[in-house]
Design a protein around this ligand. Structure first.
Ligand SMILES: NC(=O)C1=CN([C@@H]2O[C@H](COP(=O)(O)OP(=O)(O)OC[C@H]3O[C@@H](n4cnc5c(N)ncnc54)[C@H](O)[C@@H]3O)[C@@H](O)[C@H]2O)C=CC1
Ligand SMILES: O=C(O)CCC(=O)C(=O)O
Length: 448
């Protein structure tokens, strides 16, 4: 059987074993499509069934989360933690609170995470979790009660050396605080390294909040520089207006680019003078309002309801930072027609496979999320490092470390793509390099 036939049959088995989990299938297919050359060079991987083992999470936990709203009504949500792979270190990855969350989403995110974490070069395995709870429109006290109930089950599965959750969509500093408080209360242990993304006053690290967005822009800068270009003077569109998007916009502006539009799930705002980050933070981080409110403070800015951002606003650089599969083939064609030269995934898997093909055919440089958005989890590993040594670094030093890590990730992806005869193919470079690290560690550990 050829390597490709073998990979096809593994994929068929994954689909069969995980019915209805389309996002997970998509994430697996993308990696399997890249790793054939590495398997050709390393027959020992196939012999030890590394791919088959990588596609099967080490552990999947599903639990009931009952909680009471402010009117005394009882709600039941479902909680998840998928501990995907611990070959490189304790499971590490965020928690997502969003009504769309189900096992297939958590598994796709956990699968992506294990290769991403490998690329950071830090000793962290891959995991992901979350709930179908919707924090939108909930009071702080409701969110607190939900987080306490969620942690009342989750605490027995996590720990500094076991599994270290963090934030993702719908889980930011507020939620991490409530989760940490409940963990501390139940276990009677001040175990700082059990969660990352903590507040600065109780064990959080400088630059963790900014890290995913800043990191994506550092990666963009490296990718453009490798092509003899740069971000300065470029018109940029960033989707989303949450943690990743806000700090991506901030860093683009610091590097001399201009972000002219961003969005949330209700629509997008366009501001040709450049998105005002202070206003955006006030609307989104402080008031937790819909993006439409941005235009109240910015004469000349416009709000458009719905999802037309990628088709309507031309740009040289696109940084999708909202959610999975937000750029389809038609969006990609519109971006190409509008002069887009680079796409950098701030979100996890925001570009559909058909859209990735459109970019490849048009020669658009494309940075996959598992490389480009790895700055967040890398900064989480730096937070764990500071917690373990009871230390706290400055903002400047932490940002320098992040910058160095993103440069290294870029260099590894670039070099691996060259080594395998696919220069400029960052998808192949990231998948092969991340896969090789996990595979080598799994081989070393024996059949477990
Ligand atoms: N927070 C982190 O450190 C990291 C996050 N990511 C990924 O980045 C993406 C964004 O995450 P965060 O900024 O942390 O979440 P967030 O909850 O802070 O912000 C998410 C943003 O995306 C928007 N959004 C969500 N669903 C949408 C939809 N269907 N259509 C349009 N907009 C939508 C929301 O309105 C919000 O503006 C996710 O894909 C996440 O997995 C990746 C690496 C690390
Ligand atoms: O910081 C972390 O542990 C997780 C970040 C995350 O969820 C991601 O990289 O998608």
């Amino acid at each position: 059987m050829s390597v490709q036939d073998k990979l096809d049959s593994i994929f068929t088995a994954v689909v069969h074993r995980n019915p209805g989990e389309s996002e997970f299938h998509q994430a697996v297919r993308e990696v399997l499509d890249s790793v054939a050359p590495a398997l050709g060079k390393h027959p020992e991987y196939a012999q030890a069934k590394i791919i088959e083992r990588i596609c099967e999470p080490e552990r999947q936990i599903i639990f009931r989360v009952p909680w009471e709203d402010d009117r005394g009504e009882v709600h039941i949500n479902r909680g998840f933690r998928v501990e995907f792979n611990s070959a490189l270190g304790p499971y590490k990855g965020g928690l997502r609170f969003h009504p769309s969350v189900y096992l297939g989403i958590v598994k796709f995110l956990g699968f992506e995470q294990l290769f991403k974490n490998a690329l950071t070069g830090m000793p962290i395995g891959g995991g992901k979790g979350g709930s179908d709870f919707d924090p939108k429109g909930r009071s702080d006290r409701e969110v607190m009660r939900f987080c306490q109930s969620f942690m009342t089950e989750l605490y027995r599965h996590i720990g500094e050396y076991t599994d270290v959750p963090a934030g993702d969509i719908g889980v930011g500093g507020r939620e991490i605080g409530y989760l940490f408080g409940q963990y501390k209360r139940i276990t009677n242990r001040y175990e700082s390294g059990v969660l990352t993304g903590k507040g600065l006053v109780y064990g959080g690290a400088q630059v963790r909040r900014e890290a995913t967005g800043y990191g994506a822009v550092f990666f963009a800068e490296e990718m453009l520089r490798a092509a003899g270009d740069g971000i300065e003077g470029k018109r940029v569109v960033v989707s989303g207006s949450g943690n990743v998007a806000i700090y991506a916009i901030e860093k683009v502006h610091q590097l001399g680019g201009l972000v002219v539009a961003c969005s949330d799930s209700s629509g997008y705002v366009r501001d040709d003078k450049g998105i005002d980050v202070a206003v955006l933070k006030e609307v989104k981080e402080v008031r937790r309002e819909r993006i439409e409110q941005y235009v109240r403070h910015r004469p000349g800015a416009t709000f458009t309801p719905g999802g037309g951002l990628w088709r309507d606003v031309p740009c040289a650089v696109a940084i999708p930072s909202a959610t999975q599969n937000e750029i389809d083939a038609d969006d990609a064609a519109a971006l190409v027609a509008g002069g887009c030269v680079a796409v950098v995934e701030g979100a996890n898997m925001p570009t559909t496979p058909a859209a990735v093909r459109v970019f490849a055919e048009a020669g658009v440089r494309f940075a996959p999320g598992k490389a480009a958005n790895a700055g967040g989890v890398a900064a989480s590993a730096l937070e764990m490092q500071q917690n373990a040594s009871r230390d706290s670094w400055t903002f400047e030093y932490s940002e320098q470390r992040l910058h160095g890590i993103m440069r290294d990730i870029h260099a590894r992806c670039y070099a691996t793509a060259e080594e395998y005869g696919m220069p400029g193919n960052y998808v192949a470079g990231a998948n092969i390099d991340g896969f090789r690290m996990v595979a080598e560690a799994m081989l070393a550990h024996g059949l477990i």
